[in-house]
Design a protein around this ligand. Structure first.
Ligand SMILES: CCCCCCCC/C=C\CCCCCCCC(=O)SCCNC(=O)CCNC(=O)[C@H](O)C(C)(C)COP(=O)(O)OP(=O)(O)OC[C@H]1O[C@@H](n2cnc3c(N)ncnc32)[C@H](O)[C@@H]1OP(=O)(O)O
Length: 228
């Protein structure tokens, strides 16, 4: 892929694009905010300190809000037609809710391809809590959705989640590394059937099955992937 032409359908899903100088600063900013979000949960600090932080945060929020937001539609069109720039790819991918390095609320979740398997890892802090000490079930669903959608890197065709069934087999603990994997079970026309699993300390905590529906073309394995 050339420096100036990024194509949404060729870009690895939910994997960071090399940062330009602007995005190096955005990532630094997001990393600092991530620490704040994590540490604020039940932080023990004098009320005076909380007042000071709140005043600073309000001022800062007003300052940020005084700047316009880049429009998404034009950059999405450029990426969709294979004419995106590195800046476009960063503007789109770096704010992903779970994997975006410039998204302050992203854990971040790290995803990569290993042959025909999508693998992932993440460690979540107390801001993501559901049952005490455990990751919220809705957050587990969100992580699964992004993990399993990445199976689309193995095929031609791109679409949205149609169905996601989850069996929560054990609590997924906070502050521990969660390892994830997803595989394509089969393809039927515009439907891709995917399985996803989470593991913590070698124990499986989650089993999921989902169906993705391609927007246009039927799904088909890319060269070098799938049953040979
Ligand atoms: C200006 C241009 C810019 C373009 C930019 C493109 C951007 C990139 C796009 C994409 C990338 C990924 C984006 C990230 C997303 C992140 C993850 C999410 O949060 S996804 C959000 C949650 N999911 C939804 O909101 C889906 C809501 N549902 C729908 O929109 C429709 O129901 C849809 C598209 C899923 C299917 O509608 P139909 O009209 O296209 O398909 P029909 O003809 O009804 O069905 C086709 C086959 O699929 C089955 N099917 C349909 N819906 C199903 C479902 N929900 N579950 C299982 N199977 C389903 C049917 O039974 C049929 O199967 P048979 O051919 O008969 O065997």
């Amino acid at each position: 892929m050339s420096e100036s032409e990024y194509d949404l359908q060729q870009l690895p899903q939910s994997e960071p694009v090399a940062a330009n100088p602007e995005y190096r600063e955005r990532r630094r900013l997001a990393a600092a905010l991530r620490r704040i979000i994590d540490r604020l949960v039940r932080v023990e600090a004098p009320q005076q300190k909380l007042t000071q932080w709140a005043d600073q945060a309000e001022q800062w929020a007003d300052d940020v809000a005084s700047h316009p937001r880049r429009q998404q539609q034009p950059l999405l069109m450029r990426l969709w037609t294979g004419k995106g720039s590195q800046q476009d790819a960063l503007d789109m991918g770096d704010h992903d809710i779970m994997t975006g390095l410039s998204a302050a609320m992203a854990p971040p979740l790290e995803l990569w391809l290993d042959g025909d398997v999508v693998r992932g890892r993440a460690t979540l802090g107390p801001a993501w809590q559901g049952p005490p000490g455990r990751v919220h079930g809705g957050v587990v669903a969100l992580m699964l959705d992004i993990l399993m959608a990445k199976c689309q890197d193995l095929v031609h065709g791109l679409g949205m989640t149609g169905t996601l069934n989850i069996r929560y087999q054990a609590g997924t603990p906070l502050r521990k590394e969660v390892l994830m994997e997803a595989r394509i079970q089969r393809i039927e026309g515009r439907k891709m059937f995917v399985e996803g699993r989470f593991f913590v300390d070698g124990e499986q905590t989650v089993l999921a099955e989902g169906i993705w529906i391609s927007m246009q073309e039927p799904y088909r394995w890319r060269d070098g992937h799938g049953p040979q």
